[in-house]
Write a protein that binds this ligand. Sequence first.
Ligand SMILES: [Cu+2]
Length: 240
Amino acid sequence: MPIPLSTRFTTLLVAGTAGIVGASCSKSSDESPRLETAAAATVPAQQPVTSVDTPSTAEAPKPETPKTVKPARKKPVVEAAAPAPKPAPAADSTPGSKAGQEKSLSYDAATNTVTFELIGGPHGFQFNGYAAGGATLTIPPKANVVMNFTNKDGTPHSAEVISGEGPLPNAGVDPAIPRAYTSQLLQGLPQEGGDVMRFQVPESGTYRIFCGVPGHGISMWIWMKVDPAAKVPSFGPTKA
Ligand SMILES: [Cu+2]
């Protein structure tokens, strides 16, 4: 079911534009000697945009019971290009991955853009409360991905997209997809720090979203799969 591009994206654009002015380019050459420095420089390194989307009271959810859902945020702005929006969930305690998706994932079919709120923690070496492949983000082929990473944990964390095959590296490596990594990949972003990854996925592929801080990624990773059959993105516990 198509999920309308939320107004969050608009907020992002605004915040991102504003952030360029004051952002320091923390993708410094000593930590990530990669090719996309020009593109990376346009990405604000420390913007608070994603913090609006995570309830401060969220506990680490168990894989079979995704986190409690807050009522959908209401914004006055209407995204004209979005398909007919589904009704906002009436209850604030409806369990289920679909409700969880609405909070962390949105999709604009017109531009094939997936926007995902990637959370470090919130408590411990997890992404969105999942560790060691316990969750899977499924993405339609050739999608443009805007992945807003915010570290909610007290320990510094980072994120990048690495191959879905082979042993887990001990620390950050070159990403499997260009630009699919956060700033401060090795030292990690502090609590409430964040970065935005913008990249395009290929037709298909299996990847892992991995924390590049040395020693973290052995457990701090989740799956990211590009499914040629996927019409919309989804996020939830990994199916056996
Ligand atoms: Cu980490």
